[in-house]
Write a protein that binds this ligand. Sequence first.
Ligand code: SF4
Ligand code: SF4
Length: 373
Amino acid sequence: MADNEFDFSAIETRLGVSRRTFLKFCTGVAASLGLGNNAAYAMAEAVADRKKRPPVIWLHGQECTGPTEALLRSEQPSLEHLILDLISLDYHQTLDAGAGHRVEEIKRHAMQEHKGKYLLVVEGAIPLAQNGIFCKIGGQTMTDATREAAEHAAAIVAYGSCASWGGVQSASPNPTGAVGAPQFLTDKTVVTIPGCPPNPANFIGTVLFFVTYGKLPPIDEKGRPKWAYGRLIHENCYRRPHFDAGRFATEFGDEGHRKGYCLYKLGCKGPETYNNCPSLEFNNVGGGVWPIGVGHPCFGCSEQGTGFHKALFSLSDVKTHTPPNAFPTIDAREGASSATVATAAVAGVAVGAALGASAVAGRKLGNRDADQE
Ligand code: SF4
Ligand code: SF4
């Protein structure tokens, strides 16, 4: 569909985002899904059609509400507008103004009215020990609430590491028997968006796909959308050339740390963690704001068996030893061509902003190398 055939004014008014911002977001999601411009317009049309808004039942188990908080604090585009307008949020324990039995009645009424059509979002772990008594909402255990809501859901999304595989609650000795939704709902397909917190763009992109195509995107063996969790952080990290060259920070604040060297020896779990943090970054501020970007090792928050399970400063299992060929060479100099950096950014892109961020990172690396001489 041609750009000028589509009326964006309704979207601009409803979502409080400009046509440009909204299309950039849809194009970024479509590109990261391997889909073309037509898909971006299909997504825009789906959002414009209010009748397509899926009803959503959103449950909270054992957790800190971090995933919801992360979603609400996104700004560009105004994701809180997008999510609240993209879906019909019928029940959400954190955001509902009401409380108590009245809200529980509304939930049951919504599930009955939209039987087989609603999206179930599970946030937080589900404790199985002692018949689930460690987490109750409205007098109902999380196990019962999840089973009841899952029965007639059109699709189920586990949002955050706690819901995806148990998160911090499942750390040894796991006294409450906490598990994620996929481990509890073994007879259902559950799409997982792990992370602590998960990046809201990964959730929005998944929901956008569902709204547009009526099904959830392709997933890997752990239920993660491949478009978001298809690459190791180590494969897309701007410090990777330092890893390949054997240049490491060995203490916080040492010379290597100050120069931006690889954080592997400080326990970085990027080599075994699948996520798109290097491309998306966090908090929409740009400038390399994500854990490794600000000098802290990745602790593998999104990877089952790594985050909250392995010691923070233990050495990571390196899954890929061969340097990627889409990064600056280890002797890159300031002012050298950034073509290889741009190639890496395109390969890992999830939103358009990633391109600029990665290119900037590449330039910084050039500066560091120059400093080193
Ligand atoms: S070990 Fe960590 S800091 Fe080093 S290159 Fe890999 S992901 Fe980046
Ligand atoms: S860098 Fe690692 S620990 Fe940090 S959010 Fe990404 S996956 Fe989680």
